[in-house]
Design a protein around this ligand. Structure first.
Ligand code: UDP
Length: 484
């Protein structure tokens, strides 16, 4: 008698930050759509929960918990309250503290999975973000289930992490200085590494935000990579083959675990967002409907970038001087030390009716809108990939982490964007004139025309990958087969 096929039940664990929640949820929806019969349970880590209110998992209170307002029908959601760590201040904590908080979820996650398995189809696979590797791989190994890693950034960054792990990469002086203390040996300063274009120091990821944690971040990444490359079932990268072909080829040779480049499916981007941490202002779509084709510059610096007041003023004056139409995501907290409401009112009144300012956008829908002709971006990987998928050329103003690396690829490799340049390097300030110039170049100049044409072509290549028998489609099928 033929054995009945086991029903898959995947439990997905995100890093609770906007740029990590979105790609993991999109991948979950993709799995649920492409693999009929699969059950996908998305775990909302609730680090803001008061531990005293946390439902004790021993009482099997895992289910059902409508954690978010709009759960996707194909993806079930459960809430996992934290025990004694409060991440509600998010990135004002040091990265090291955040990683320590992650480590503490292991016992509760284990109980949750056991509990889910007792009350429904047994959990057959753990899917979790690369940056939460250390606790989740341990849980998967202990329970004897395979773990799939979602790498939410581009493959090139992962390959850089690999080289760092191998002692092949030396980059920023500050990392180098710290290397003696951390035991990571860095031998070469700035070099040509297989699978990557020649990188300059400024292209290498750094992490200067509220705290300067470059070293601890790299250490966490290298530890995570060592674990993933030896113990995970597979690594899924949020990119597609055609975009980083030689990187993927090199990366696949570097580790025993299969790498699946199955990201950036236009179809999954178009799904209603179920993981937005802020309310999306959909009214901006009606405003976009009123604007001429390709005339609007969309401006967003993602969820964690912070501008100094001086930099903000230069940016605003440059933007106004460019006389372009714009839609600006100006979230509270974007600029240090200003009065939010009066600043928004000032921008709108000085824009001569050409600008709209909102707190948070339905970004995918905005980028897909025909009135949008450019994206002024901090080059977060999600923003980058969404722009590519929609064929929108970019103005690159990287802030930290992998954003300088992404900008390098956008401008020099894929040629779908222009770089914001600082005319007075010694000040570090991008002045009004720099902003005005680069905006006009993108929206009106011949350089802009060229990158717009390239962006349209790249969008087509991106779309091909997720069609039946496209590379992403085939890789996804292969991944699911590997679990049988
Ligand atoms: N996003 C959004 N509305 C906004 C700004 C951003 O929905 O107004 C989404 C965007 O589509 C992307 C994510 O937030 O999926 C930001 O991720 P990214 O990697 O670009 O930047 P991060 O916020 O991690 O710096």
């Amino acid at each position: 008698m033929a054995m009945a096929k086991q029903q898959h039940h995947v439990v997905a664990v995100p890093v609770p930050a906007q740029g990590h929640l979105n790609p993991l949820m999109r991948f979950c929806k993709l799995l649920a759509k492409q693999q009929p019969g699969i059950i996908v349970t998305f775990v909302d880590l609730d680090f803001a929960a008061d531990a005293a209110d946390a439902p004790p998992l021993a009482q099997e209170h895992h289910n059902p918990c409508p954690a978010a307002a709009a759960p996707h029908s194909l993806v079930r959601r459960v809430r996992l309250p934290s025990r004694g760590v409060d991440l509600s201040n998010g990135f004002s904590l040091s990265f090291l503290e955040v990683f320590h908080a992650f480590l503490s979820i292991a016992p509760d996650l284990e109980q949750l999975i056991l509990s889910l398995s007792r009350h429904g189809p047994p959990v057959t696979c753990l899917l979790s973000d690369f940056n939460i590797t250390l606790p989740t791989q341990d849980v998967a190994d202990k329970l004897g289930i395979p773990r799939i890693v979602l790498y939410p950034c581009c493959a090139s960054r992962l390959l850089l992490t690999h080289y760092l792990t191998q002692g092949e990469l030396v980059s920023l002086e500050e990392v180098k200085e710290a290397s003696t203390a951390t035991g990571i040996e860095m031998r070469k300063v700035f070099c040509k590494l297989a699978g990557l274009p020649t990188l300059r120091n400024e292209d290498i990821p750094h992490f200067k935000h509220v705290t300067d944690e470059t070293v601890s971040l790299w250490i966490n990444s290298t530890k995570s990579w060592q674990v993933c490359a030896t113990r995970a079932h597979a690594v899924v990268v949020n990119s597609f083959e055609d975009l980083e072909a030689s990187t993927f080829a090199t990366l696949s040779k570097c580790c025993n675990v299969p790498i699946y480049d199955v990201g950036i499916w236009v179809e999954s981007l178009n799904e209603e967002s179920a993981t937005s941490l802020w309310e999306e202002d959909k009214g901006c779509l009606a405003w976009l409907d009123q604007q001429p084709t390709s005339s609007v510059l969309y401006i967003s610096f993602g969820s964690i970038t912070i501008l100094s007041k001086t930099q903000y003023e230069e940016f605003l004056n440059g933007l106004l001087a460019s006389k372009q139409r714009f839609l600006w995501v100006f979230r509270a907290g974007l600029v240090d030390d200003i009065d939010y409401s009066s600043s928004v009112a000032q921008i709108v009144s000085e824009s001569d009716g050409k600008g709209l300012v909102i707190n948070w956008a339905p970004q995918q829908q905005v980028l897909a809108h025909p009135s949008v002709g450019g994206f002024f971006t901090h080059c977060g990987w999600n923003s980058t990939s969404e722009s590519i998928a929609n064929g929108v050329p970019m103005l690159c103003w990287p802030y930290f982490a992998d954003q300088p690396l992404n900008a390098r690829f956008i401008v020099d490799e894929w040629k779908v964007g222009l770089r914001v340049k600082c005319s007075k390097e010694n000040t570090g300030l991008i002045e009004k004139g720099d902003i005005d110039k680069v905006i006009r170049a993108l929206m009106e100049g011949p350089e802009g025309k060229l990158v717009r044409e390239n962006a349209t072509k790249l969008k087509e290549r991106c779309g091909q990958c997720s069609l039946e028998n496209g590379s992403s489609y085939r890789k996804l099928k292969a991944l699911m087969k590997s679990l049988e």
